[in-house]
Design a protein around this ligand. Structure first.
Ligand code: F6R
Length: 242
């Protein structure tokens, strides 16, 4: 059973999630944090930065591993996840750039396995706390419906629904990438603790299907029912169908 915490709004959920992360860093300054991109976690990173600076939390040895990246965008493109992580995580929180990793797989094609990234995470000691968002189709990272639960980091095509959801970040539909490199579902499930953030009514069906529905590869986030330490931090709209 997935533990769901319902907050009055995104701001309250973001403060709660940031406090959980800051507590972890205080306990273990060499922790490995798994970081998502997109609109759901942006306020969490801003609040972590606020608490880190206000309370002088030592982040010099904190390491961060991103979930995914588009293929076909330059890493300096403002919508690339390298750029997002650099701005919202590395610079804002004040991490050492060499302690922050984002997957990269230029030149690879659909289905290619990127073993190095999983090995790098494992060599670092594994992810202590993973932040996730969720797609309106139930995807986690860019693992679209049908992705095997035992998948590792690989190249994944984006579905039409994900490209439509992410169209808002680009000027034209044609600019939305068609391929991604993403941690696999197996990679994500290796994290010791997971906090999934979901806000707004367009996430309500995916949240309901993940929490209450059958565990099925058709709804990637439903795999989290099998994880021993996961919390969904929701606003009332995202929790409205539970
Ligand atoms: C991004 C990622 C994706 C997003 C999801 C929701 O690193 O892993 O799974 O979390 O597409 O995106 P937002 O938060 O923009 O609604």
């Amino acid at each position: 059973m997935i533990d769901c915490k319902v907050f009055a709004d995104k701001a309250a959920a973001s403060v709660w999630a940031a406090s959980q992360i800051c507590d972890m860093i205080r306990d273990n300054p060499t922790a490995n944090l798994g970081v998502a991109t997109g609109s759901s976690p942006a306020d969490v990173y801003a609040e972590i930065a606020r608490q880190v600076h206000a309370d002088s939390i030592d982040v010099t040895r904190l390491r961060a591993f991103a979930l995914d990246e588009y293929l076909g965008l330059d890493t300096t493109h403002p919508q690339s996840y390298h750029y997002f992580i650099d701005e919202h995580v590395t610079k804002q929180i004040g991490l050492a750039p060499q302690n922050v990793r984002v997957p990269f797989a230029e030149g690879h094609s659909t289905g290619d396995v990127i073993d190095d990234y999983d090995a790098e995470i494992a060599d670092a000691g594994g992810i202590d706390l993973q932040i996730l968002g969720i797609g309106s189709n139930g995807h986690i990272a860019f693992n679209e419906p049908g992705t095997p639960f035992d998948s590792v980091t690989h190249v994944e095509p984006l579905t039409q629904s994900t490209r439509a959801d992410n169209r808002r970040f680009f000027d034209h539909t044609a600019e939305v990438p068609i391929l991604s490199v993403t941690q696999g579902i197996g990679t994500i499930m290796n994290a010791r603790r997971i906090i999934l953030l979901a806000f707004g009514e367009n996430k309500a069906e995916a949240v309901r299907d993940s929490v209450r529905g059958p565990v099925t590869e058709d709804v990637p986030a439903s795999v989290l029912q099998n994880h021993p330490n996961v919390v969904f931090a929701l606003d009332e709209a995202a929790a409205s169908l539970l």
